[in-house]
Write a protein that binds this ligand. Structure first.
Ligand SMILES: O=C(O)CCC(=O)C(=O)O
Ligand SMILES: [Fe+2]
Length: 282
């Protein structure tokens, strides 16, 4: 798409659909990773103790935000080369850099793969009212891009009606009025699918499309009413000064494998310590 048109649409609506962003062989590789995790999709939590525990698959950990969003495989960048490739995928990375603003450099705030079954959804959250520091959009005085967080949500399979698509209120990253769903207290609101909130639009994706959106837009997901599972991967990009959401330590193996450009995004600020502590480990 023409760059001016892309900028106009992203500014106006707060989201873009990047069609056919991901190649088939990469989709196959990500889907085959998911196929191998059937056991964790069935039983994401270790129930052997009184308090169900999150489970680890190597350096990847099971997680959920609430009661309805399925299972998040957090730190999915540790899942193999295909997930490393998504860190700076050419279909979106230059757009991400531009809108976060090159002066801010980049980091990944959170990266995960989500699998969500029937009845699953995400409640409505975010919007122009939000004081969350990474939900900025432009520099107020000069108008320069200053997007504090861009979500790249990758469809690993088609996501259509009944599949629990992401829902957005186009343009709501600029809203000054509170979205009516915010009149509901947080805890009961978390139980309500985002898709039932006022003015929400379902975003349908084909396998390989990526939904590219500011985290500041009012969004959530519709309830999945179809059988089977929705499969998405989600990388959230922010200025490098934003701390990682969960601060997973990079494994030595991944650190050794990453290209310098990818390492800079995953571990953007080198640690400083006194020289006597910089001695090579033997
Ligand atoms: O699961 C979805 O469709 C929405 C995920 C979401 O809330 C986000 O990407 O910030
Ligand atoms: Fe969200």
């Amino acid at each position: 798409m023409d760059e001016k048109l892309t900028d106009y649409l992203f500014d106006l609506r707060g989201f873009l659909v990047l069609e056919a962003a991901i190649e088939q062989q990469d989709l196959d590789a990500m889907n085959s990773w998911v196929d191998d995790q059937a056991e964790y999709v069935e039983q994401p939590w270790d129930a052997s103790s009184d308090e169900p525990q999150r489970r680890w698959i190597g350096h990847i950990e099971t997680h959920r935000y609430g009661n309805h969003d399925g299972v998040n495989f957090q730190n999915i960048v540790e899942g193999g080369p295909v997930f490393e490739k998504m860190i700076d995928h050419p279909a979106w990375i230059e757009l991400v850099r531009k809108y976060v603003n090159p002066i801010n450099r980049l980091s990944i705030h959170e990266n995960l793969l989500n699998v969500r079954g029937r009845g699953g959804h995400i409640y409505m959250h975010s919007g122009g009212h939000s004081p969350i520091c990474y939900q900025t959009f432009r520099q107020r005085n000069t108008g320069e891009w200053a997007v504090g967080q861009i979500n790249v949500l990758m469809a690993l399979e088609d996501i259509g009606p009944g599949d629990g698509p992401t829902v957005v209120v186009p343009g709501s990253h600029k809203a000054t009025e509170f979205h009516p769903r915010l009149d509901v207290e947080l805890e009961p609101r978390r139980e309500m699918p985002g898709g039932t909130a006022f003015a929400m639009e379902e975003v349908y994706l084909k396998a390989g499309d990526a939904l590219f959106f500011t985290d500041g837009i009012s969004h959530g997901s519709a309830e999945r009413t179809n059988d089977g599972h929705r499969r998405t991967a989600l990388y959230r990009y922010s200025p490098r000064y934003i701390r990682s959401r969960f601060n997973y330590a990079l494994s030595d193996a991944l650190r050794a494998r990453l290209t310098p450009a990818r390492l800079e995004i995953l571990d953007p600020i080198e640690q400083r310590r006194p020289p006597e502590l910089n001695m090579e480990r033997t």
